[in-house]
Design a protein around this ligand. Structure first.
Ligand SMILES: *[C@@H]1O[C@H](CO)[C@@H](O)[C@H](O)[C@H]1NC(C)=O
Ligand SMILES: *[C@@H]1O[C@H](CO)[C@@H](O)[C@H](O)[C@H]1NC(C)=O
Ligand SMILES: *[C@@H]1O[C@H](CO)[C@@H](O)[C@H](O)[C@H]1NC(C)=O
Ligand SMILES: *[C@@H]1O[C@H](CO)[C@@H](O)[C@H](O)[C@H]1NC(C)=O
Length: 418
């Protein structure tokens, strides 16, 4: 997420026009009353300093990467995915979080002066340098051509979002800007799935940027106008965001497609439908850059950026690998809370793995709520990853669960049993 707007309106629309409304109301959290997380004795919990409004989180090369706003005010002044266009944007930054130190470090920018309005990111290996990565990051910039006297609409948008590509040497304290990527097909970018420095996919979470039709997109599951586009980069050196790129539509037909993650095999893509409360497993084709959806896993809340935990301590009889997906307990309240820096929004984090007792050939899924809170410890969860902990003899398997939130003043880390 974000990308949700007037959900109260949405719920009304759903209730009045839709037959099977129970599932929609469940996803919106209408029946839910979140309570504060309860920690067991000895259950270690951290609020990580300097992780303000980090929407996305990726575990790569024994560290965590996040893109954060850095001050608690900026999202409430400018954030196109929530249809907030009040103040000129400020700059956030890319952070590296140590999964053992629990410390977050801002990376300094080289050759980039912002603004940087953060949202989804992805991290991918530099094929030419073993100890370096490329980082793709959505940047929701204002549209320099916006005519404030002009009509409100798709022809005169307030935002001109783009994708930034950075290069980072692991262990260094900087990220170097490589180039920007801008194209009319990248309209409401949310999250990124990178195949390498020259190839990535990006979700457009909505077709409409504002207005009544956007509410319909939020409300009506049949309004499947969001899409995923593929970008091929021919020239890493271009100083013009629009040149040296090829952009094509890779997938249409999912409702409110939102988060993207890497799955269990190198070519498995995980896609979340935020308001559809569904995780899709899919396969992008390297040959034609379209995406085939393989199966879907419905969950009982909105679903944001998905990740896959590959259990580093798996044994044939105990493999804790699974998908993680973060969501909000009562998105129905978001239209009232999203303008309030002090509001709470409860969170739900799902851990989804194959049901070990189900019969061969028909994968069913065990869906466990691995963490819940009412917004006391973390607000508006938008990404979750697990980092394994070496199992001790005769103890149950544990891991660190890291959760970020797009309106949360801090990310958290909590020890969980798998
Ligand atoms: C910044 O970009 C300029 C021109 O593209 C280049 O000459 C310079 O080396 C770059 N600086 C860094 C720190 O990479
Ligand atoms: C793209 O390639 C995949 C196989 O890699 C194939 O299944 C799919 O039908 C192709 N799609 C199009 C539109 O050609
Ligand atoms: C696993 O599958 C079995 C058989 O289909 C079912 O009875 C059980 O409830 C499932 N367990 C979970 C945790 O979903
Ligand atoms: C683990 O449990 C087994 C069986 O209960 C016991 O024999 C063994 O001593 C225990 N090991 C440790 C390290 O506690």
């Amino acid at each position: 997420m974000p990308g949700l707007f007037s959900l109260a309106v949405a719920a009304l629309l759903v209730a009045s026009f839709y037959g099977p409304v129970y599932r929609e109301l469940t996803i919106l959290g209408v029946f839910r009353k979140p309570s504060p997380a309860v920690f067991a004795e000895n259950q270690v919990f951290y609020k990580i300093e300097d992780t303000v409004h980090c929407e996305d989180l990726h575990h790569y090369a024994d560290r965590l990467f996040a893109a954060c706003e850095d001050t608690p005010e900026t999202r409430f002044g400018w954030f196109p995915p929530m249809v907030i266009f009040k103040e000129p944007p400020q700059s956030g930054s890319i952070h590296v979080i140590g999964p053992k130190t629990m410390k977050s470090t801002r990376l300094g920018f080289e050759n980039f002066s912002g603004p940087f309005v953060t949202h989804g990111i992805d991290v991918t290996q530099d094929p030419d340098q073993k100890d370096a990565v490329y980082i793709f990051a959505v940047n929701h910039l204002p549209n320099p051509g916006y005519d404030s006297a002009g009509a409100n609409g798709e022809d005169n948008p307030k935002a001109r979002s783009q994708v930034e590509l950075f290069h980072h040497v692991l262990g260094s304290s900087t990220v170097k800007h490589v180039r920007s990527i801008r194209h009319p097909l990248i309209k409401t970018p949310n999250d990124i799935y990178a195949e390498g420095p020259f190839s990535f996919y990006v979700t457009n979470d909505h077709y409409y940027r504002e207005g009544a039709k956007r509410h319909v997109e939020d409300a009506v599951p049949a309004a499947k106008w969001s899409n995923i586009v593929h970008v091929h980069i021919g020239d890493l050196e271009s100083t013009d965001g629009q040149s040296g790129i090829d952009v094509t539509v890779a997938l249409t037909g999912l409702h409110n497609n939102n988060g993207l993650g890497h799955g269990q095999s190198p070519d498995e893509m995980v896609i979340s439908s935020a308001l559809g409360g569904t995780l899709y497993r899919a396969k992008p084709s390297r040959a034609n850059h379209t995406i085939s959806v393989l199966d879907s896993i419905p969950l009982d809340s909105v679903t944001d950026n998905p990740s896959y935990f590959k259990d580093p301590y798996a044994t044939p009889s105990n493999d804790a690998s699974g998908y993680l997906v973060a969501g909000i307990a009562r998105p129905i309240d978001l239209p009232f809370t999203f303008t309030d820096p002090t509001a709470k929004d409860g969170v739900m984090v799902w851990y989804v793995r194959p049901n070990s007792t189900s019969v061969e050939g028909s994968t069913t899924w065990e869906k466990r709520l691995i963490f819940e809170d009412d917004g006391t410890h973390i607000r508006t969860a938008s990404a979750a990853v697990l980092v394994g902990i070496k199992p001790q003899p005769n103890e149950s398997k544990k891991a660190w669960l890291f959760v970020t939130g797009f309106l949360s003043e801090s990310a958290i880390a909590v020890q969980v049993e798998l």
